[in-house]
Design a protein around this ligand. Structure first.
Ligand code: ATP
Length: 369
């Protein structure tokens, strides 16, 4: 029989999966697939159902409805240890009294592999994660980054099809995060194992994920490549949740060539339709544009214009963020790298503009991904 691991394709499929706790719906009819070797990040606010989804994949919660398939086979009734998945928890859940070498080999011991084979595999795995010199140490003597490597080595020694990670960076010092993220991504690429990672940190999701799944109130709002989520938020929720979007609410005034004219409290703006059907005149709509695409250097390519007053300037390393106020008192943000940053000081009045194609019209509320 051919090992299904040798077949290219899908490692994980969730089909209309629902989980209730009593009458509360924690995950509603969620469908998602993870291709072989893909790094998928579940991103969303606290309580949206990310961890419950991960726990159902691991077999730690049973779905009330729907199907979970791993490696092409239905696993709804398969216990966690037979699912071909490993899970890495936020606090790493290392065994405090076990040496690094012992805990990295623990999974193979549970699977009753021969002792000499375990010794060899532990050595190889410790070498892969460059923690060979830590083999005799106990967890309380390790740094955060070292603990994470040990937890990864322990999770991956059994060569699972899927690694599930619950907030893998969350407990680390800020200064360690970037290095650890790069390392996680590197390990995933080298081993070609599919990773499903839960996070509420969008920078983490965008740096790690090949695919980012944005969840809200038990459902998927949008899934796609990081660039798609950032540049084309599908709904008002996603635009608001993802940093760097300026959000406007209004009503459709008319359908013009190439877009809709939207009437808002601060002016009328032309927003492209792209592949969505034109909403009827009078319909409530929202749209957004990225803070880095707003400009004060206006030209004929910027028909959408908005008077604003600079309220504050934030220096974020190489990036500058300008917080401006518009006529209804709401805030609009511009972001720019130092070299191209506008010379705007608090109190200064300016007219901002953006190109029609930089606006993103959102799907009406209630229409899900
Ligand atoms: P966070 O980022 O805060 O961890 P999350 O998106 O991972 O949030 P979940 O942990 O999946 O959210 O929880 C989703 C909802 O289900 C929450 O309202 C939570 O209180 C509820 N919930 C989770 N587990 C249980 C349980 N065992 N019993 C009752 N309610 C639960």
């Amino acid at each position: 029989m051919q090992d299904s691991r040798d077949q290219p394709g899908i490692d994980l499929e969730l089909k209309s999966v629902t989980k209730r706790f009593g009458t509360f719906v924690a995950v509603r009819s969620l469908s998602l697939s993870v291709a072989r070797g893909e790094f998928v990040c579940l991103l969303g606010p606290s309580g949206c159902g990310k961890t419950t989804t991960l726990r159902m994949i691991a077999g730690l919660e049973d779905p009330d409805e729907g199907e979970i398939r791993i490696g092409g086979g239905r696993v709804n009734d398969t216990p966690p240890w037979e699912r071909d998945v490993s899970m890495m928890f936020q606090d790493f859940a290392l065994f405090p009294h076990m040496t690094v070498g012992k805990q990295v080999g623990f999974g193979l011991e549970m699977m009753k592999h021969p002792k000499d084979q375990i010794r060899r595999r532990v050595e190889e795995t410790l070498a892969t994660f460059e923690i060979g010199e830590l083999a005799a140490r106990k967890p309380d003597t390790l740094s955060g980054g070292q603990k994470q490597r040990v937890a990864l080595a322990r999770a991956l020694i059994t060569q699972p099809r899927l690694l599930l990670l619950d907030e893998p960076i969350g407990s680390l010092d800020y200064s360690l995060r970037e290095a650890v993220m790069l390392e996680l991504k590197d390990v995933q690429r080298r081993l070609g194992i599919s990773f499903v990672c839960v996070t509420h940190d969008q920078n983490e999701a965008f740096s790690l994920g090949d695919k980012v799944v944005v969840m809200n109130q038990a459902e998927i709002e949008q899934m796609g490549a990081p660039e798609t989520i950032v540049e084309r938020p599908r709904t008002r929720f996603v635009a608001q949740f993802i940093q760097g979007n300026n959000l406007f609410d209004g009503a459709v005034d008319s359908v013009a060539e190439g877009g809709v004219r939207v009437r808002t409290a601060v002016g009328d703006f032309l927003v492209p339709l792209r592949d969505t059907a034109p909403p009827p005149p009078g319909a409530s709509v929202s749209f957004s544009m990225r803070a880095e695409l707003l400009t004060e250097r206006l030209g004929p390519e910027h028909p959408n214009r908005l008077p604003a007053t600079c309220h504050a300037v934030e220096y974020l390393g190489a990036l500058r963020r300008y917080d401006l106020r518009i006529s209804n008192g709401r805030s609009v943000k511009i972001e720019r790298f130092g070299a191209s940053a506008p010379r705007l000081a608090p109190g200064e009045q300016v007219t901002l503009g953006w190109r029609v194609e930089d606006g993103v019209l959102h799907a009406p509320a209630g229409i899900r991904a």
